[in-house]
Every structure is written in structure tokens, then in C-alpha cells.
Design a protein around this ligand. Structure first.
Ligand code: HAM
Length: 419
């Protein structure tokens, strides 16, 4: 039997309401901050990610789904959403439009990783990107949007950690300090770290190899090397978050796994998601657009992993319950009443009332069982007598009551109930 590819998951109808709930909360929270949806392609030219996400990252070096299309072009399934949004922003000349540009997306993304709980090869993100604002208010706005989103989902035990990784000026000095620190340890470190040492020593702080991790734990911290402007920016972000009531801790070990960040970086973590503790991550990225041949545009954003959110929500007991089934179940007894049920169902549906009839030629008793199992609210049995009398009994399965209603008044009867 052909099975689902490794690291992918089906969402079956019984779980769909959980996804819809998160998406709904995401859309509403984004809208309350005046962010609008953007949709970009699932695949892009490979170069977008190698340049954007960074060619020293694990994502670009090891995890991309890259292939040649039939025209011989190298394309890649997006490993994240930021690079595509930045491309679209530049390509459509949106920097000439209304700024700040505020967008959000709900997407699937693809990384060839070793699957485990909360780590998939196809996963889903809710992300927000804000362009054009250089001040700390923009960082505080995206962080407080992320915070509001998690709170609106009912999560209480997710913690916010923030850090600053400086700008290209102060980072040059930091890179020298890192190199000085790592030089005597280099021989014991993995091959990847040796390559990172030359190209981007900060990536060595993010290595997943145990031996390298131990060495990296003693490395100098970027926070001690921030220039005056970056220090002032970070202080302002912290002050704004504090006055907005967003609780955080400063964690100097956060470097993030993508190359485009500058200044503020942040992660929302939970120990309920198992080893994959980061449910949401983001930061400021003022040089990405420039790297993509645009004029410089300051930017900040984040993305949350939907599968990890589901794990954390399950652990915190805030997953929504499935809503009831259809409003009205019409049970037919014979050919004529089944036909009438079918007709009535069409009229109810045309008024937006959800409605079902039997499609399996079941007995009335079996139809009752089905309506009960699927959570129908009302049931109406139609037989020879009802057709003759032109009147039916509407049973309220939740309230346990029943009312007699004329057949020609059924639609109005349910319309009134809806209001
Ligand atoms: P990221 O930290 O690579 O950042 O991913 C963001 C979130 O996506 C993670 O915190 C995690 O919840 C989820 N995620 C990542 N990889 C996987 C996976 N293999 N399986 C399941 N969930 C995963 C970004 O993607 C940046 N684009 C965020 C951003 C937006 N920064 C600025 N704007």
C-alpha cells in the first residue's frame, strides 16, 4: 500500500476544527493589528532561499527540497515564509506604497529534517512580516502581536525569551571575539563548525552536535558587544514590552537558525512540546531586502509552527471541542417521503441552514442513530402520514422537546431559529 511520505501528516475531518480554530484566531489577531494576508508560491527559485535564508544555515545546506523542473530551472519548496514575502514586496514595488507594510500568512513549509514529535518535513506556519519601520516600536508591535496570538489561543505557560544579535557593525567585533574563543577548540569541533568558523562563526553557537554545544556554551555573548545604537534599540524594545504588559526574559543564547536577523531576536518556548520547545520565533531583519538587491528596507516578523502549537495546546488543555453536526436531519421512510426530504433539504440549504438526508437507504431507526452520533440538533421524520397531513414533528435532540410544524413553513421555522 502506498503510504504518506515520511515526516508528513494528514489532517482528518475529525481534527480539522482544531486547525480551523488556530487559523481563525491567527486571522483575527493579525487583523486587530491591521496586518493583511499575503499569499506567495509554494516554490521559488532556489537562489531566493540560498541568498535570503543564508548559505551557512542548516536549512539551506541540508534541509531544502530542491529539484530541477522540466525546464531545467532549480526550484525549492519554501522552507519558510519570510523570503517569499520579501521577494513579493520588492517585485511589486510595495515600498512605494503605504508604509509600514504589514502582512501575515498561513502556509505549509518544507524542510528535510529527521522527523520527531513537533518536527516534520511538511509543517505549517502562521507568520507576520512588517516592513518599513526601523524603530523599536515595530519590534514591540510584532512581539506583542505574537504574544496576543498565543494568549488568544488560551496558552498560559509559553515563555517569551528575547535577545539582541546587533547590527553588521557591532557583529564584526563580536565575530573576532568568537574566532579568538573557538580557535583553540577548533580541532575538536565538527566539520560543519570548521566551515562555519570561516564563513559565519555565529552559526557555531547553533550547532546541534553535543561536543560542539558544550564548547559553544562558554563562548562570548553578543549582548556584551552591542554598539551604542543597538544597545539603545534593545533597551527601548524591552521598555515598550514592559509597558505593554508582555512578560519576557532576556536570553543571550538565542541566535536563531536563519542568517537574516539583526538586533532583536525572540522565541516563545514551552516545555510541553517535548524536545522541540520553540513554538514561535522571529526578529528584526534590516539587511534581508538589501541582500535581495532592493534598496534597504527595515523589517521585523515572526512565524509560529502550527503542529507545535497543537502539541502545546493539547498539553495545556486548551484545544477546542468539536462543534455539533448539522442543524437538521430529515429522515425519510419511503420513496415519496425521501424525495420530499431531498427537496426540503435543498430549500433549507439554500437559506444557509445545514441539513442532511439519508444517502444509505437506512431504516428510520438507523437514521435516528446516525443523526444522534453525528450530533444533529433537530430531527424530522417524514412518512406517508406526514405527507398527507402536510405537517411534521420537529424533535429537538438537545432540548428533548418536540413541535409540530406545517411542511410549507419548515424553512421559515428554521430561519427564525437561526436569528
Ligand atoms: P523558524 O524558527 O525556522 O523561523 O521557524 C518558525 C517556527 O516554525 C518554529 O518556531 C517552529 O515552531 C516551526 N518549525 C520550524 N521547523 C519546523 C519543523 N521541521 N517541523 C515543525 N515545525 C517547525 C522562521 O521560519 C522564520 N521565517 C520566522 C520569521 C518570520 N522571522 C522573521 N519573520
Amino acid at each position: 500500500m502506498i503510504q504518506i511520505p515520511k515526516g508528513c501528516k494528514d489532517v482528518l475531518p475529525a481534527q480539522a476544527h482544531e486547525w480551523q480554530y488556530i487559523e481563525d484566531v491567527a486571522r483575527k489577531t493579525a487583523a486587530s493589528y491591521a496586518f493583511k494576508e499575503i499569499r506567495t508560491p509554494v516554490f521559488e527559485h532556489t537562489e531566493l532561499f540560498s541568498r535570503g535564508v543564508g548559505d551557512t544555515t542548516d536549512i539551506v545546506n541540508k534541509e531544502m527540497y530542491t529539484f530541477l523542473d522540466k525546464g531545467g530551472r532549480s526550484v525549492t519548496l519554501r522552507p519558510e515564509g519570510t523570503a517569499g514575502v520579501a521577494r513579493a514586496f520588492i517585485e511589486h514595488g510595495l515600498m512605494g506604497g503605504v508604509l509600514p507594510f504589514k502582512s501575515y500568512y498561513l502556509i505549509s513549509a518544507f524542510r528535510y529534517e529527521r522527523p520527531q514529535a513537533g518536527r516534520l518535513r511538511e509543517f505549517h506556519q502562521f507568520g507576520c512580516e512588517l516592513y518599513g519601520a526601523a524603530g523599536a516600536e515595530a519590534d514591540a508591535e510584532v512581539i506583542s502581536l505574537a504574544d496576543a496570538f498565543l494568549k488568544n489561543l488560551g496558552l498560559k505557560k509559553v515563555e517569551l525569551r528575547i535577545n539582541s544579535i546587533g547590527c553588521k557593525h557591532c557583529r564584526a567585533r563580536y565575530h573576532e571575539a568568537l574566532k579568538a574563543y573557538f580557535t583553540p577548540h577548533l580541532a575538536e569541533m565538527c566539520e560543519d563548525c570548521k566551515a562555519r568558523f570561516a564563513k559565519n562563526p555565529m552559526r557555531m553557537l547553533d550547532c546541534k552536535v553535543e561536543g560542539c554545544k558544550k564548547i559553544a556554551a562558554g563562548a562570548p555573548r553578543m549582548l556584551d558587544y552591542l554598539c551604542e545604537d543597538c544597545t539603545a534599540h534593545f533597551e527601548r524594545v524591552k521598555a515598550l514590552l514592559t509597558s505593554a504588559g508582555v512578560t519576557f526574559t532576556v536570553d543571550p543564547s538565542i541566535v536563531r537558525g536563519l542568517d537574516y536577523y539583526s538586533r532583536t531576536v525572540f522565541e516563545f518556548v514551552s516545555d510541553a512540546a517535548g524536545a522541540q520547545g520553540t513554538v514561535l520565533g522571529g526578529g528584526r531583519y534590516d539587511t534581508l531586502l538589501e541582500q535581495m538587491d532592493s534598496k534597504p528596507v527595515p523589517a521585523a516578523g515572526f512565524a509560529a509552527g502550527m503542529e507545535r502549537l497543537l502539541l502545546v495546546m493539547a498539553a495545556e488543555g486548551c484545544l477546542p471541542k468539536e462543534e455539533g453536526g448539522v442543524s437538521v436531519y430529515l429522515a425519510g421512510m419511503d420513496a415519496a417521503s425521501r424525495e420530499k426530504s431531498f427537496l426540503l433539504a435543498g430549500q433549507l440549504r439554500a437559506q444557509g441552514i445545514s441539513c442532511e438526508t439519508d444517502l444509505m437507504e437506512r431504516s428510520v431507526k438507523a437514521q435516528f442513530k446516525y443523526a444522534d452520533k453525528t450530533g444533529a440538533r433537530y430531527i424530522i421524520v417524514l412518512g406517508e402520514r406526514e405527507l398527507q397531513e402536510g405537517e411534521v414533528e420537529v424533535k429537538d435532540l438537545r432540548g428533548g422537546t418536540a413541535e409540530r410544524v406545517k411542511l410549507e413553513e419548515i424553512v421559515t421555522y428554521f430561519k427564525n431559529k437561526e436569528e
